[in-house]
Design a protein around this ligand. Sequence first.
Ligand SMILES: Nc1ncnc2c1ncn2[C@@H]1O[C@H](COP(=O)(O)OP(=O)(O)OP(=O)(O)O)[C@@H](O)[C@H]1O
Ligand SMILES: [Zn+2]
Length: 635
Amino acid sequence: MASSIIKDAKVLMVGAGGIGCELLKTLALSGFSEIHIIDMDTIEVSNLNRQFLFRQSHVGQSKAKVARDAVLKFRPKINITSYHANVKDPDFNVDFFKQFNVVLNGLDNLDARRHVNRLCLAADVPLVESGTTGFLGQVTVHVKGRTECYECQPKPAPKTYPVCTITSTPSKFVHCIVWAKELLFSKLFGDKNQDNDLNVRSSDAASSSKNIEDIFEHSKDEDIGQYGKKIFDHVFGYNIELALSNEETWKNRNRPKPIYSKDVLSDELDKQNGDLDNDNACGDGFSVSAMSSLGMKNPQDIWSLKENSRVFLEALRLFFTKREKDIGNLSFDKDDQLAVEFVTAAANIRAASFGIPLHSLFEAKGIAGNIVHAVATTNAVIAGLIVIEAIKVLKNDIKSYRMTYCLEHPARNTLLMPVEPFEPNKSCYVCSESPVLLEINTNRSKLKDVVEKIIKAKLGMSLPLVMNASNLLYEAGDIEDDMVAIYNANLEKVLAELPSPVTGGTMLTVEDFQQELKCNINIKHREEFDEEKEPDGMVLSGWTQPVAAAENEDKSVSNGANTSDAPITEVEKSENDDDVGIISPVKKRKLPDDSDKSNTADDERHHKKLQVIDDEDDLVMLDGNLDGFKKRRVS
Ligand SMILES: Nc1ncnc2c1ncn2[C@@H]1O[C@H](COP(=O)(O)OP(=O)(O)OP(=O)(O)O)[C@@H](O)[C@H]1O
Ligand SMILES: [Zn+2]
């Protein structure tokens, strides 16, 4: 029988996807009887394999509503209110949040998570946050003033690669994918005005950039088969030869092998690549497919170099014959079959050239689309943990709160790793009152840089307003010229008044129109910056910088990485050989050492050897030889 704490609780769930479906079911079966659920999406066929409250007949309908109806069928007496809406809608404001005892997130992106975190802080409602990526998952508890908020630890930027690794010295398949998707694909089918580093290395040789442009340009009367081979030979043959001519580069590396179309496709040089007579069979729009036109069926097959070359040329031909109107506007989309085929083939040919193992279309698509396939069981485990933490929160049982990590490679039979939550980060720009400190050379830096680099990129404020006392210094959006002039004059005045060198400082207040967030930035003037360490000529502190281990954390926190614009070389966690199951929480959120004898009786209980405890306080205990930890845990 459910206790009254559970029965009387009013709960808000955000997200009715993979985690959300499991969570709604578990809440209902655990005795919760007042549940509100927000989800902005409609049901897609691809959701049905794991979002078990949905059926084929529901495709196209609101997730929140269908989830509600499905659960009411087996728990007809409880109240479930569904909202088919974005949680960022202004209707869901601080007052809306205040009516709930706890908020439970089952989201898939950083942006919405941050938004809910900030609203929970503003409304002073506890948040149980969650995420899964394949076999990995975690549940964390965030209670204002007691534990870290969701943003106390900065989320690391997506992994990026140096441009030269991508353009000249790939060593992993993922580098070839980035090259194929961000450089070659964009060059051929994307916006011609965009900068593109495709020829970065070859352009320092004799060839002028004019010539290079000409090569990629397709003139109307040029035979498309010939054009395809010309591109092929240029990027896989000529460019590689050019790169090889720089001996320095290859001193400690394996030399790549140039590949020309005539070598790979010698026996069919004059044969038409695809089956032209059968053109109608390969569809229109997103359904156009080089694989089907070439009679290739299994996306899990690893194609030979020859097959990749045929797919490359056929996909290119199909783009120019069937998708002509898209050319110039395309950016890579993992749901665009022809784009995935082209990128797979191009990445594989490049991989062959550099002696890197080839991959199937299925694998390449996962890497290119940063997809980690969802695992229904992980979602179910995580949903169960969310409910356990929610109950502790409702009981105000602070000592028992746990952040729990679901591991991919359980060590010593430990699938779940509970960790005590940490205290709020005193210099968190979201939940703490203390201002962020920004040091810049105020004679050189423009407010625009500050807004772009710090406020947008680091603080994640998208439509900011920057004030100095009551003077408006910056406002995002379309602003009249005379207003801009006034802002600039205000800014100059502020900067001119700044003491130099660093003393005092000036407080700017930043507000975000969209997210109910305000942040104070204390600006101080500084003359010199270390160009290597501080290339932006500005330093933001009073806010914990990402730590080395954060890279791994990204893997566990994900379930939808940052939705913000990614840099060109962005690549994320889907690459297999990086996914070796090292879970950062072990590194970052260190568990208490066995020798940490300052334990209370309660702590002692948590240091026992591995065992499963069937009371609701904890699931699995760890023994561990883990170093001491710096941050203080909530006690
Ligand atoms: N800002 C938002 N407001 C409301 N709901 C959101 C918001 N952002 C994400 N969601 C919802 O969170 C859910 C996340 O679920 P999940 O991670 O299973 O993703 P999915 O879109 O269902 O599946 P997949 O991305 O794997 O195809 C989705 O149903 C999505 O609509
Ligand atoms: Zn915080």
